[in-house]
Write a protein that binds this ligand. Structure first.
Ligand code: PAF
Length: 286
């Protein structure tokens, strides 16, 4: 089947509805484009679990605050389509902002829960309202049975799961492991902003997390000490400016002192002017 491209929500929804009527299950991979190998791991997971894969490519304005990188976010739709076609994606949804947020738009999904108050939510106050709104719309437009998200944005996965549960959306959410370069750097569309020296410096993020993970595997359970190990390693990189390092339960994102259940060790670090995030999940014994 030749990959279909839809720009209008009604047309996308009509096609998806016809697929469902024919008894096919739909896997949705929401993206903002500038696709890399990490996105392809989402497509492959979706393909394995669904009859039809729909990728959305939409730089969602409502999840960017003024002064963030909405305007400069990389856009390369033609290359994205070539990559998606090679992966055997069935349809791409690529709307204009005005098609998603027409004049008079006024209904937002505002998750008001522990998952949105901390980490990224504490620094980017409107971010998760924008994410929850667009993801809910995308799920409805594509009639998705399953939706696939990367672990790099683990908090986003926690928030989406909360929305799906709270709003009784009939969608199963799957988190796909972080895809890393050989250097350990987590793949991200924002890596495109990094100059060569910064790209090298950015490997400190994964290195610092690995250090804590190794200590955890060796038996360290103190959240304070695990966080300190990460901070110590980050402090050794002159180009890195730490925004936060935090250890919380996952997916509830509650504070912890001892890692006895599944937890998220997450960080946000500026390398030059580029803000990068990364994380590792520590599987507790509970
Ligand atoms: O993770 C992203 O790329 C975005 O937050 C998403 C899920 C596509 C919503 O715009």
């Amino acid at each position: 089947m030749k990959m279909k491209i839809f720009t209008m929500p009604e047309e996308m929804q009509a096609w998806a509805t016809a697929q469902k009527a024919a008894g096919r299950t739909i896997g949705l991979c929401p993206t903002m484009g500038a696709l890399h190998e990490g996105h392809m791991t989402l497509m492959r997971a979706a393909k394995e679990a669904s009859d039809i894969v729909i990728a959305s490519v939409f730089v969602n304005p409502t999840q960017f605050a003024p002064g963030e990188d909405y305007e400069k976010y990389p856009r390369q739709f033609r290359e994205d389509c070539e990559k998606l076609a090679r992966e055997g994606v069935d349809a791409v949804f690529h709307p204009e902002p005005a098609a998603m947020y027409p004049a008079g738009f006024g209904t937002y999904v505002t998750p008001d829960c522990a998952e949105t108050q901390v980490l990224e939510g504490a620094r980017r106050p409107i971010h998760f309202r924008g994410v929850a709104t667009v993801v809910t719309k995308l799920m409805n437009i594509t009639r998705a049975d399953r939706a696939f998200f990367g672990q790099k944005d683990a908090q986003q996965v926690a928030v989406v799961r909360r929305c799906v549960e709270d709003l009784n959306l009939p969608v199963q959410v799957t988190m796909v492991p972080i895809c890393r370069e050989e250097s350990g750097l987590a793949r991200s569309s924002r890596n495109a902003y990094l100059r060569p020296a910064e790209r090298k410096a950015a490997t400190v993020l994964s290195r610092s997390l690995r250090k804590a993970e190794t200590a955890f595997t060796a038996g360290e359970r103190s959240a304070e000490r695990l966080v300190a190990l990460v901070q110590e390693e980050l402090a050794g990189e002159p180009l890195a400016r730490v925004d936060y390092v935090a250890l919380r339960t996952f997916p509830g994102l509650q504070p912890v002192t001892e890692v006895r259940e599944t937890c998220l060790l997450a960080l946000a670090v500026f390398i030059g002017t580029t803000r990068l995030i990364d994380n590792v999940i520590l599987e507790g014994e509970a």
